[in-house]
Design a protein around this ligand. Structure first.
Ligand code: NAD
Length: 508
């Protein structure tokens, strides 16, 4: 079967985005909206968008004419009869969607595929009271549809493999990556996106660093395009906080997805983000009014010798070479001399715990995060008792030649060591649950969330053993279930195999 005729029900933001890429892919697209005039208004708006693309030379006048000619605006839902596919993009309400699907079944043939663009409802539930459930699936696009080149093809409990295959083919024809997912809360992309925001909020709530500093660290050191709080402000907490609560509750209060009381409070105060002029930052149009500048580097004239201890020899070597390159004396003795600055490079612990484990003086200890590239932004963590003179020396030493440095309060695992391994761990759990394949998770997250790496590959790049060490330690110190390492990660780290490694038999 080939899908040539499609009906789009609900011509809002998402509906018209889907209609656009379908028509551009050559499908005939019939538009219907319950609100009178909405479908025509949607088409008129789309015409303006496409006219601009013609003016910019992105599409030709012929492309424009052909695309627009493929649209038919309906004034009666009965006129969708005869299409191969109906895409529903109406209001996010289960009862209303269920009612619509039952109505659709009365109009179209048994072969017509019916899909929902829902992001938070259960596809199986939408299909539950229909007669021919195997032709019903989720087809979940992202906003803005023409630019976000990914669509989740959600296989509900009743959905047939043939329908999934047809939708995957159609996605490709539309120029999108179709990723097959199970019908689980948040499907794949919104599920995988839970770690970045919730862990950042938890770190912020512990007073580890300010909003500006955390955004800076995650952008500059970890390579995210936007810091978590910039992103929350852009999306709006009216959307983000509700998604956090919804996925947490749908997973029966699983700790990995635990939302935060801070965003609940901000939602109550209506400081939901940029659109209201205030969220984590205050705004005047596009300008952030209260963004803090980078931390001032202290002036240090005399450097004490530096003693280094690291979990990994490779980190110790990088640090030793660096200290020497700055003309500072290295203390190479087995234990630090009485006044040496103690630089630790440890994983998944705070500096107090690291100092005690390594039996060094916490008053002179500063831990450095070596998880991310040492040549990028550097993050230092003194203990709660580290004397200022040692903090200043470490800060000045690592900030030499205008290098970006953040000094943070004690955290069980810095900032990046918490956020990035949580993302990797969650992706491993998604693979473990068979919600999607490991390689599909990687591709979908890159396209859907724009992370610097797919999360499973990111685990390989940073080293599965390091990620496991971090999570094991954080879990041991905090006792918080959210940090427990996924069995998928544990097996592959222990066997020293690639995190993308799958098994042929059952999911292991
Ligand atoms: N906005 C997003 O970023 C986004 C992303 C992914 C998925 N979604 C999902 O896509 C769907 C649509 O979202 P949207 O943001 O485009 O909404 P929207 O409010 O912009 O558009 C919804 C349209 O559906 C129409 N409508 C409502 N009930 C109808 C009915 N019974 N029959 C026909 N038309 C009806 C409305 O008149 C409106 O034009 C929702 O299920 C939403 O969860 C939204």
């Amino acid at each position: 079967m080939s899908i040539e005729k499609m009906a789009l029900v609900g011509t809002g933001v998402m509906g018209m985005g889907i209609a656009q890429i379908a028509a551009q892919a050559g499908l005939e697209v019939r538009l219907f909206d319950v609100q009178q005039g909405a479908a025509q208004a949607g088409l008129d708006k789309l015409k303006k968008t496409l006219e601009k693309l013609v003016a910019k030379g992105k599409i030709t006048q012929a492309d424009y004419d052909n695309t627009i000619a493929r649209f038919v605006v309906l004034d009666n839902i009965e006129q969708i009869a005869g299409v191969d596919l109906v895409v529903e993009a109406i209001i996010e309400n289960l009862e209303i969607k269920q009612k619509l699907f039952k109505q659709l079944e009365q109009i179209v043939s048994e072969q017509t595929i019916l899909v929902s663009n829902t992001s938070s409802l259960v596809v199986t539930e939408i299909a539950a009271s229909c007669q021919h459930k195997s032709r019903i699936a989720g087809f979940h696009f992202f906003n803005p549809v023409p630019l976000m080149k990914i669509v989740e093809v959600v296989k509900g409990l009743f959905t047939s493999d043939e329908v999934v295959d047809e939708l995957l083919k159609l996605a490709e024809r539309m120029g999108h990556f179709g990723v097959k997912t199970k019908d689980t809360p948040g499907f794949l992309v919104n599920h995988a996106g839970r770690a970045f925001g919730t862990e950042s909020l938890k770190i912020l709530g512990e007073g580890v660093a300010t909003v500006s500093e955390m955004d800076r660290i995650l952008r500059e050191a970890a390579g995210f395009k936007m810091g978590p709080f910039e992103l929350y402000d852009l999306t709006g907490l009216d959307v983000s906080h509700r998604v956090m609560e919804s996925i947490f509750n749908q997973y029966y209060q699983e700790d990995r997805y635990r939302p935060n009381t801070l965003t609940r409070l901000m939602l109550s105060a209506n400081t939901v983000g940029k659109k209201v002029g205030e969220g984590f930052y205050k705004y005047d149009q596009d300008t952030r009014l209260n963004q803090e500048p980078p931390q001032l580097v202290p002036q240090v004239s005399e450097f004490k010798p530096v003693w280094i201890a690291a979990d990994y020899e490779s980190d110790a070597e990088i640090l030793k070479q660096y200290v020497l390159s700055q003309g500072v004396v290295l203390d190479n003795a087995e234990t630090p001399a009485a006044d040496s600055l103690i630089i630790l490079a440890t994983y998944g612990e705070d500096t107090t715990t690291a100092s005690q484990r390594l039996n060094v003086d916490a008053k002179r200890a500063v831990n450095i995060d070596m998880l991310t590239d040492f040549n990028k932004h550097r993050v230092l963590m003194p203990s709660i008792v580290t004397e200022q003179v040692y903090v200043d020396q470490a800060h000045a030493l690592f900030a030499a030649n205008d290098h970006g440095v953040s000094v943070i309060e004690e955290s069980v695992g810095f900032v990046c060591q918490r956020v990035v391994p949580m993302i990797i761990n969650l992706a491993c759990d998604i693979a473990q649950q068979g919600i999607a394949t490991a390689s599909d998770i990687d591709k979908a997250v890159r396209l859907g969330l724009g992370y610097p790496y797919g999360p499973i590959t990111w685990g390989n790049v940073l080293g599965p053993d390091r990620i496991l060490l971090i999570l094991d330690r954080i879990y041991a110190i905090t006792g918080d279930q959210r940090y427990r390492p996924s069995p998928w990660l544990q097996r592959r780290a222990k066997l020293k195999v690639d995190l993308l490694h799958s098994v042929n038999k059952v999911s292991a």
